[in-house]
Design a protein around this ligand. Structure first.
Ligand code: DGL
Length: 258
């Protein structure tokens, strides 16, 4: 089945571009529309009802742009709103959730760390996933302040380093051998995180798994694009500079009040 409509993606801000990159690398011919709802970031501190409302608004925007599938490139929106989105719309949804399974399955110390937003860690979906791995000690840490600093263009700031040390050092002391990045913004912090963690600790994010899942769902349900060449459109409702910086100025950013 062929379908030349674009893939739609949204996140509370610029972090979901880490998911966009994985999807674009695997499916380079697909057209994409990315929506950064940076005006409303961070989602991590908002109530479930607010996150659902914002996720509906973002989905409507992407469907109005003719998206054939919606990738919720945000753990917080997935864990709080994907059930409601799937119930409301016919289009297929791909979500992103913290990759607990590979970490818990492969851990030798039976101790893993997870860094995510408060909204993700307190969600029912996440807590159900955690229940499966009763034998693994899962250290949950809210990454308070990290998303805001990334959205403010402060990735390489002393404040960021300080927060990361505060969040990660207790996990190292507790002998984790896997760290799960449970927020699509956090892969942009990898260079700093790798400096703090000893080399034997493996870091996992969900980008490639989401890309593979998107490919499977396109093959089975929505259809892959038949023509070569692709167009990527990025929308933001805040200052476009931060989104442009994170994409290394390779794409045009459209600013729109949505
Ligand atoms: N990228 C979002 C996530 O994956 C960030 C959430 C937020 O805005 O707090 O959870």
């Amino acid at each position: 089945m062929n379908n030349n409509q674009p893939i739609g993606l949204f996140d509370s801000g610029i972090g979901g571009t880490s998911i966009w990159s994985a999807i674009h690398a695997l499916l380079p011919n697909e057209d994409t529309i990315y929506l950064a709802d940076s005006k409303n970031a961070p989602y991590g501190q908002k109530s479930k009802e607010e996150i659902i409302e914002l996720s509906i608004k973002n989905t409507e925007f992407l469907l109005n742009q003719n998206a054939k599938i919606v990738v919720v490139a945000c753990n917080t929106a997935t864990t709080n709103a994907i059930k409601e989105l799937r119930a409301k719309y016919d289009v297929p949804f791909i979500g992103i959730e913290p990759a607990i399974k590979p970490a818990a399955t492969h851990s030798r110390t039976q101790t893993i760390g997870i860094l995510a937003t408060k909204g993700t860690l307190s969600s029912e979906l996440f807590n159900k996933a955690v229940e499966i791995y009763q034998e693994t000690h899962i250290i949950e840490q809210v990454g308070e302040g990290l998303v805001q600093l990334i959205e403010d263009g402060q990735i390489h700031s002393p404040e960021m380093d300080k927060l990361l040390h505060t969040y990660l050092e207790p996990m190292v002391e507790a002998n984790i051998d896997y760290l799960v990045l449970g927020c699509s913004h956090y892969p942009y912090l990898l260079p700093q995180i790798e400096k703090i963690l000893p080399k034997h600790i493996k870091i996992i994010d969900s980008g490639e798994a989401v890309a593979r899942q998107t490919q499977n769902v396109l093959r089975e349900k929505a259809g892959l694009k038949s023509e070569p060449g692709s167009q990527a459109i990025f929308y933001t409702n805040a200052d476009p500079k931060v989104l442009s910086d994170i994409l290394q100025h390779r794409y045009e950013i459209l600013q729109k009040d949505f």
